[in-house]
Design a protein around this ligand. Structure first.
Ligand SMILES: Nc1ncnc2c1ncn2[C@@H]1O[C@H](COP(=O)(O)OP(=O)(O)OP(=O)(O)O)[C@@H](O)[C@H]1O
Ligand SMILES: [Mg+2]
Length: 590
């Protein structure tokens, strides 16, 4: 007599997608035990069922009250319990068919309403389909795995959002693990600004700045000219009219044109511009600027001050950033004459300062990718990041100075996207082997208020067009309200953990593809590791519990109480190393 035990009440109002249910007085308890399991009546976010012939209509409880919603006169608090439930209809199951989202047949007044027991939940969620992964268990049943469709999760893009400490990083592990375990050909690149994921994925390939085995390098020559000019000498495209800007562009272009014989193949010189990702030696370029500024000549007229009329004493060494030396120019009207090529005056100083700053070495001194004579070329870089047998690559950006995090993420994204775009028909990449790019701490560099963000532009492109070339993206953030609206609008699946800030809640509510406000209202009251999952990759918007993974991402806090309880030794020499680190911008550790 399951039917009687599960009987909950009757429909008393039907209002498009929402029905109101009056709970029967004869319910033995507000928490009946059915088949050995305790069910709590009137829990927001739980399912109810309305059987009509061979059709079962399912809905989610969205509000509970002790008076009918429109019965203004009787709106007196009676404290008799939850008598009226507002239920948002979500879908139906006809006979033995699978559960379908959307409603074809509506309930009518007096139709019976039943508690959904575990068996119904299994009916709704169905068997695990191939091409899906389990990301957690249903909050109402620890036996019921909740699966998401992998294709839609990846290629329709996704977002994992939640306040700090709500369990986002752990969720990422729960999502990636089944992908990496079950799909041998999967490919994921995780952009990890705090370097917290390597501990959770011992098998992943991790690239990290200054790491001895796997250093992360991003050759500066991947930048287009405007980016290069901005990051090397602080110039903007508006400086286009300035002579030094135009000369600099020409110089870069010439250096690139000279280097068209590359390890990955020859490039037609006619197609090369100052924007082409072609290696050249930036130190040599500095050396040349420095040469023209400091040279002395046997001629006084600018046009005749050339390489052949220069009075060179020692050529210096560009690799070590040592400029050439020249015969000192005479003070009067006689040779040697002072150089009249002073256009690069400010650029040369700025460039030298940049090249000496070791924080930028991963860009401007990129080891094996330094210039055209280097051992490696971009195909090696790509192979390292997205080729090989490891399915997950973690790009640990914890050593990237904050002010260039944006361009760094921008370059990584653009390079990977370009490789998928131009490789879209190759056997080993593009559409034939899609790729997921996951961005942790996305609000930091994908901020909607940042107009000149390199990373935002590149990531937005993936959200808009990546699917066609096999690139999916996932953003992870504690401040979804700060993220670019273009990105949020293209998110197909939201995994929303506890969100306490009201502007964050409302942005998730309004961006979520399913209009299920009742579940979204739960966002502030979710427990750690509990999430609401809505969108294209899940059949029914669901509240799920995510298991705590081991090994975990490392996001350790300092042990404050322990540290403050200790007596620390005082020494005159304390802080010497710290100061040297600040000066050299190099972290030497212990
Ligand atoms: N599913 C879970 N079950 C139980 N505890 C959890 C779960 N997920 C996370 N936790 C606990 O919460 C802590 C914070 O989790 P996590 O680092 O994943 O949060 P976060 O949202 O990524 O935080 P942040 O915004 O600081 O990155 C973990 O160290 C763990 O102790
Ligand atoms: Mg985290």
């Amino acid at each position: 007599m399951d039917r009687d035990i599960t009987f909950l009440g009757h429909v008393i109002r039907v209002d498009s997608g929402v029905v109101e249910v009056e709970v029967t007085d004869s319910l033995p308890s507000s928490a009946p035990i059915i088949n050995g399991r305790l069910y709590k009546i009137g829990q927001i976010g739980t399912f109810v069922k309305m059987p009509i012939g061979n059709i079962n209509i399912y809905g989610i409880v969205s509000s509970v009250s002790n008076s009918p919603s429109r019965d203004e006169e009787n709106h007196v608090k009676q404290l008799v319990g939850s008598r009226f439930l507002s239920v948002q209809l979500i879908g139906e199951k006809i006979g033995d068919d699978d559960f379908e989202k959307g409603i074809g047949t509506y309930p009518t007044i007096n139709d019976e309403v039943h508690i959904v027991v575990e068996k119904d939940l299994f009916d709704i969620y169905g068997q695990k389909k191939s091409g899906s992964i389990e990301i957690g268990k249903h909050s109402s049943s620890e036996n019921l795995g909740v699966n998401v469709d992998l294709h839609n999760l990846i290629l329709r893009h996704s977002a994992v959002v939640g306040s700090t400490g709500s369990g986002k990083s752990n969720t990422i592990v729960s999502v990636l693990k089944p992908i990496l375990n079950d799909y041998d050909g999967s490919r994921v690149v995780l952009v990890d600004p705090h370097g917290e994921y390597a501990s959770a994925f011992p098998d992943a390939k991790v690239f990290k700045i200054n790491d001895l085995a796997n250093p992360l390098v991003i050759p500066f020559w991947l930048m287009n000219f405007d980016e290069l000019a901005f990051f090397l000498v602080g110039a903007n495209p508006e400086d286009d009219q300035r002579v030094e800007y135009r000369m600099f562009r020409e110089l870069v272009q010439n250096y690139k044109k000279e280097n068209c014989e590359l390890k990955s193949g020859q490039v037609n010189k006619n197609f090369v511009t100052a924007d082409s990702p072609i290696p050249f030696n930036i130190r040599k370029l500095w050396h040349e600027m420095n040469w023209w500024l400091n040279a002395s000549f046997s001629e006084s007229v600018k046009d005749k001050q050339t390489k052949t009329t220069a009075k060179v004493k020692c050529i210096g060494n560009f690799e070590d950033l040592i400029g050439s030396s020249f015969e000192p120019y005479a003070m009067g009207q006689e040779a040697p004459y002072k150089s009249k090529h002073m256009d690069y005056y400010s650029y040369e100083k700025k460039l030298l300062a940049r090249l000496k700053d070791s924080r930028y070495d991963f860009l401007f001194n990129p080891r094996d990718y330094k210039d055209e004579t280097s051992l490696k070329d971009l195909h090696n870089l790509l192979n390292g990041w997205i080729g090989g047998k490891e399915k997950l690559t973690i790009l640990d950006l914890s050593g990237v100075p904050f002010e260039i995090l944006d361009i760094t993420v921008g370059l990584i994204t653009r390079f990977i996207y370009d490789s998928m775009f131009w490789g879209r028909d190759e056997e080993y990449t593009g559409k034939k082997r899609p790729l997921l790019l996951a961005y942790e701490e996305a609000h930091v560099y994908l901020n909607k208020n940042e107009n000149n963000s390199y990373s935002k532009r590149a990531v937005e492109k993936i959200f808009k067009e990546g699917r066609k070339f096999g690139v999916g993206a996932m953003i992870i953030s504690q401040r979804p309200s700060e993220i670019s609206e273009t990105i949020l609008a293209q998110v197909g699946t939201f995994l929303a953990l506890r969100l306490t800030n009201s502007s964050d809640q409302s942005i998730v509510k309004s961006s979520a593809p399913d209009n299920l406000n009742s579940l979204m209202d739960l966002l502030s009251s979710l427990r750690i590791g509990e999430a609401v999952v809505v969108g294209e990759s899940i059949k029914i918007p669901s509240r799920i519990r995510i298991k705590l993974n081991n090994p975990r991402p490392s996001s350790e806090d300092p042990k404050l109480v322990e540290a403050w309880s200790k007596d620390h030794t005082e020494n005159e020499d304390n802080y010497k190393k710290v100061v040297t680190n600040i000066r050299e911008q190099k972290f030497k550790g212990k």
